[in-house]
Design a protein around this ligand. Structure first.
Ligand SMILES: NC(=O)C1=CN([C@@H]2O[C@H](COP(=O)(O)OP(=O)(O)OC[C@H]3O[C@@H](n4cnc5c(N)ncnc54)[C@H](OP(=O)(O)O)[C@@H]3O)[C@@H](O)[C@H]2O)C=CC1
Ligand SMILES: CC(C)CCC[C@@H](C)[C@H]1CC[C@H]2[C@@H]3C(=O)C=C4C[C@@H](O)CC[C@]4(C)[C@H]3CC[C@]12C
Length: 295
């Protein structure tokens, strides 16, 4: 019995270490040099900072958001900072045809794709759910379905380059807080979809990485404004550093990153990790991989 207990505890330790140990590979800015990257929601906030960091690292960029005037400024700054090339495609992610076109157009502009950074969100109103289902559907289109649409359009190009998908999410997609039911629903959905897709890619030996970025409160204008007078005693973390951590996570092909690192503890769910491991053991992987193709 004691031996069994020892074996179980060692296996548990190894499993947790494997899941939570950060990538041993170290990040070098040259990793992004010449890489072809799409950044969504790049007219302001974290997305804008991601674009500037990638520009300094010498990447090719296609940025998108709705406001053309802001995007023009962002790409001219990117070119000054050293981007290998910079283009913008304005439009709304509420339109899923536009979401798909961004990927195909960007692929043509840059001659392929190495990294897709999905970051945009619909403006957030912190309020009680008022029964307005249409507005939830709109938020799901912008914050969830456009992500899936872009991912689906990008997969063939990312397969060629062994590329990466980076999904910017939130601690509000791991634990619940009031007043943001629509936002939180979309972030939980992203977590479920991309964590499952991550497993599928692994099972099918498709070398595309997916990095889920779990963020706490960040000092973007929109977040600071929406929380003012509602949430107190939480100091936001800087968007510039947040953007670097997101890029690092993608470049190092990490499955998950948390920023600030103090929120790792909120995500710690060893029972879930163990159950997921054992559930996977019950799958007849050979049979599934023989009979199904990864699209
Ligand atoms: N800031 C924070 O505290 C936190 C942020 N995050 C996550 O980080 C990411 C970035 O957040 P943050 O930088 O604060 O967001 P911002 O509100 O600063 O920026 C949102 C971006 O999305 C664009 N956008 C808004 N609506 C649409 C639309 N309909 N179609 C296309 N683009 C649109 C905006 O540009 P435009 O208006 O020109 O379209 C803008 O570029 C999000 O995924 C968010 O969930 C996670 C946790 C905390
Ligand atoms: C785990 C704890 C230590 C910290 C919890 C902090 C909670 C209160 C923080 C962490 C992440 C935050 C939300 C977020 O993800 C992004 C946005 C978008 C922005 O435009 C409007 C504000 C909003 C909804 C934030 C609301 C407050 C949240 C839930």
């Amino acid at each position: 019995m004691a031996l069994l207990k020892k074996c179980f505890l060692s296996a548990l330790g190894l499993l947790l270490a494997y899941y939570f140990y950060p990538a041993t590979d170290s990040f070098r800015p040259e990793m992004l040099q010449g890489k072809r990257v799409i950044v969504t929601g790049a007219s302001t906030g974290i997305g804008e900072q991601i674009a500037y960091h990638l520009a300094r690292m010498g990447a090719h960029l296609v940025v998108t958001a709705r406001t053309e005037a802001k995007l023009k400024k962002v790409i001219s700054e990117c070119l000054k900072l050293g981007a290998a090339s910079a283009h913008f495609i304005p439009g709304t992610m509420e339109d899923l045809v536009f979401a798909e076109q961004v990927v195909t157009k960007a692929g043509k502009l840059m001659g392929g794709l190495d990294m897709l950074i999905l970051n945009h969100i619909a403006p957030v109103n912190l309020r009680f759910f008022n029964g307005d289902v249409a507005s939830i559907r709109k938020v799901m289109d912008i914050n969830f379905f456009s992500y899936i649409t872009m991912t689906s359009a990008a997969l063939p190009m990312l397969k060629v380059t062994n590329g990466s998908i980076v999904v910017v999410s939130s601690i509000a997609g791991k634990l619940i807080t009031p007043l943001i039911a629509d936002y939180s629903a979309a972030k939980f959905a992203l977590d479920g979809f991309y964590s499952s897709l991550q497993k599928e890619l692994q099972l099918m030996n498709v070398n595309i990485s997916i990095t889920l970025c779990i963020l706490g409160f960040i000092n973007t204008d929109s977040a600071v404004k929406s929380l003012s007078g509602i949430v107190e005693n939480i100091t936001p973390s800087p968007k510039e550093e947040c953007a670097v951590e997101i890029i690092k996570g993608g470049a190092l092909r990490q499955k998950v990153i948390a920023y600030p690192s103090s929120i790792y503890i909120s995500m710690w769910n060893p029972i879930r990790t163990i159950q997921e491991y054992f559930i996977l053991l019950t799958y007849n992987i050979d049979n599934i991989t023989r009979n199904q193709q990864f699209s």
